[in-house]
Design a protein around this ligand. Structure first.
Ligand code: PNS
Length: 185
């Protein structure tokens, strides 16, 4: 049988297409939950590298310090290849460009996420047309999960072992013990 010759049109690759596909996964991560973990594990199948970018000063007041949030991320993500964890201040798109990352990956849990995520994606596009936001649907089993809900449940002594990595569970216990001791003084 004659070998079939496929006609493949060759386009010269632009410089950026030849480089790695790097995506930023930004957030407050106060703290990382199994929902974040699931998103990052799925995103790394699409991109060559994920930079988990922790907002130094997010809009909301955080329970954990930047160092604590980064420590929990490092522990939770240590078994996944091609992940970098970094902190950023200022505009996300500036940080992305400094890392040569042209994708922002965000999770969408429920309809109520959509409005904020849509606004943020459009604002980021207005600021940087070369950076694309990519949304991944959160797995159904984590669709109700949020860092704030986990903190609330943990603060009231509820079980969160299925909702967060082990390190986060113990850090939450430590944090709320510390707060309780401080309040007793
Ligand atoms: O986990 P969060 O709190 O939903 O993350 C929000 C975050 C940190 C990704 C977002 O507030 C952000 O990108 N902040 C950086 C400031 C910025 O670039 N603002 C312009 C786009 S809204």
């Amino acid at each position: 049988m004659l070998p079939i010759k496929l006609k493949v049109k060759k386009f010269p690759l632009k410089e950026r297409e030849m480089t790695m596909r790097i995506a930023i996964s930004p957030g407050s991560f106060d703290p990382i939950t199994n929902g974040h973990l699931d998103l990052i594990e799925r995103a790394i199948k699409i991109f060559d590298k994920i930079i988990v970018a922790v907002a130094k000063n997010p809009r909301k007041k955080t329970l954990f310090t930047l160092e604590e949030r980064m420590y929990m991320l490092e522990e939770s993500l240590k078994d996944i290849d091609n992940i970098e964890i970094d902190a950023f201040d200022g505009l996300l798109v500036n940080f992305a460009r400094s890392k040569e990352a042209y994708f922002i990956v965000r999770g969408l849990r429920v309809i109520s996420d959509f409005e904020f995520e849509f606004q943020m994606a459009l604002m980021n596009r207005k600021l940087a047309k070369d950076i694309e936001t990519v949304f991944l649907m959160t797995s159904r089993r984590y669709s109700y999960l949020s860092s704030s809900m986990v903190k609330e449940v943990a603060s009231l002594g509820g079980c969160i072992s299925d909702l967060v990595p082990k390190v986060v569970e113990s850090e939450l216990k430590r944090k709320f013990r510390q707060i309780a001791e401080y309040q007793e003084v």
